[in-house]
Structures are given as structure tokens and as C-alpha cells.
Design a binder for this molecule. Structure first.
Ligand code: GLP
Length: 243
């Protein structure tokens, strides 16, 4: 586990974008695993800026997103499909046929999950996976529980995740109660994992996840044993962490 301290959100975003662009330069047909949430917005903006300058080319890249709300159509403003296009895909030259996300509007959970695992397998697994962290330690939508779920699965979102994500909806009632998410085995099989964390509200969970025991009660904690895991946190998120 490697921890990099960034000055602030902008610096964290730039450092993360640097690692992603290095990956794409080294391997132009890289498979990138991508995350949603507030944290990666700055990273995507930085990548778009470098793309516009001609410094990075996404034409060979494949993307697989971590998760999607179950029951939201792709056109829904709060779907992760929409989020990814609004913040990233619409502004770079990623080939639309190589953009993959679980199909949120398909309620057949067995099929959606099986299909998505097959997609990830068919693209050859993930070279670099970008992650945020939920304040309860969730990654993707792998919520705290009694066991690590291996493959793509359908989850019931916890009350704290529904509350945290309500800020993106008109009201808490509108937040879907379920989501499809990549599983922990798939996340652990990514050849490189890059987590970004910003702000005081992530401080406690960072300590628990990466300086406590590895447990499904804190899903992110499993990354402690990933062979190539980088955490980039800003000063507020990493306050009190000795490097
Ligand atoms: C959602 C996403 C996660 C993300 C988390 C934290 O639950 N499914 O992938 O890491 O939110 O979001 P934020 O970055 O806004 O704190």
C-alpha cells in the first residue's frame, strides 16, 4: 500500500489524473475501471483538460464502471451513465462501443450481474481501477456486511449511503434503494488500484480502513492486501496519518 499526501482537492485530482494518464500512455489500449461520486469530478476535469491540450489520447481505451443504480434508465439525470458522460465521456475520444456499465434499467439482477462479469472478463480484466470511498467504507456499492461478495451483485443500499447520495437528488425519497456493483474479487483482481479521498469527512474511515483490521465490515480494508494499491488523500483526509 502506498499513500500519497496531496495539498488539497485540486492537487489530489491532478496527482490521480497523472497516474491515469501514465497508464494510458504506457498502454494505449488500457482497461480503466472508473468511479462516480463527488471525489473523482476534479480528476475527470483534469484529464479532459490534458486531452484538449493533445497530451492524452483515449481512442484505444476501454472503460468499465464500478456500479449503477438499479431501476434508473441511462437517460435519468442521476444515473451513473449520465454522470460519466456529463463529466468525462462526452469530452474525450473514448469509443462509445468500449464504454461499459451495469445495465441499471434491467431489473433482471441475475442476468445483469452475469453479463457484467462476462464483459469484464472479455476485456481482459482491469489495468487501473479508480475508486472513491464511502463514509462507511464502501467501495463501488460494496456495503459493509458479513462477507466480501466476489462478483457483480445487486445490493440494498445502507441508510448512510442513501443519505450521503441524497445530495445529488431532489429528495432522499428519490434515491434508489438498490444498485448493481462490481464485486470485491473483481476489484482485487484489478492490476492497479488507485483510491482518492478528500476532506475531513473521510478522515475517520481512512484510518479505520487502512490502519485497522481487514474485515467485510469495512469493505475498503481489503485493499490493504492488494499488491499495487495507491491511496491519494488530501491533507484534510489524511490528517493524523504518519507517512
Ligand atoms: C457512491 C459511489 C462510490 C463512491 C462513493 C463516495 O456511493 N457508488 O463509488 O466512492 O459514492 O462518493 P463521494 O466521492 O461523493 O464521497
Amino acid at each position: 500500500m502506498k499513500i500519497i499526501k496531496a495539498k488539497d482537492y485540486k492537487d489530489m485530482s491532478r496527482k490521480a489524473a497523472n497516474i491515469i494518464s501514465a497508464q494510458v500512455i504506457i498502454k494505449p489500449d488500457a482497461v480503466l475501471g472508473l468511479a462516480t461520486g463527488g471525489t473523482p469530478v476534479g480528476t475527470y476535469a483534469q484529464l479532459v483538460e490534458w486531452y484538449n491540450k493533445g497530451d492524452i489520447d483515449f481512442s484505444g481505451v476501454t472503460t468499465v464502471n464500478l456500479d449503477e443504480y438499479r431501476g434508473l434508465a441511462r437517460g435519468h439525470k442521476q444515473s451513473y451513465w449520465h454522470f460519466m458522460h456529463a463529466h468525462f465521456f462526452d469530452y474525450v475520444n473514448i469509443c462509445p462501443e468500449r464504454i461499459f456499465m451495469p445495465k441499471g434499467d434491467d431489473l433482471d439482477e441475475v442476468k445483469v450481474c452475469k453479463d457484467y462479469d462476462r464483459v469484464i472478463e472479455n476485456v481482459g480484466g482491469i489495468d487501473l481501477l479508480l475508486l472513491g470511498i464511502g463514509s462507511d467504507g464502501h467501495i463501488g456499492f460494496n456495503e459493509p456486511g458479513g462477507a466480501f461478495e466476489p462478483g457483480t451483485h445487486c445490493v440494498n443500499l445502507t441508510e448512510s449511503t442513501i443519505e450521503a447520495n441524497a445530495r445529488f437528488f431532489e429528495s432522499k425519497e428519490e434515491v434508489p434503494r438498490q444498485a448493481y456493483t462490481m464485486g470485491i474479487r473483481t476489484i482485487m483482481q484489478a492490476r492497479k488500484v488507485l483510491m482518492i479521498a478528500s476532506g475531513e469527512k473521510k478522515r475517520d474511515i481512512i484510518k479505520k480502513a487502512f490502519f485497522g483490521s481487514v474485515t467485510p465490515a469495512v469493505p475498503a480494508s481489503i485493499l490493504q492486501i492488494h499488491p499495487d494499491f495507491i491511496l491519494i488523500g488530501d491533507e484534510e483526509a489524511l490528517e493524523g496519518v504518519d507517512l
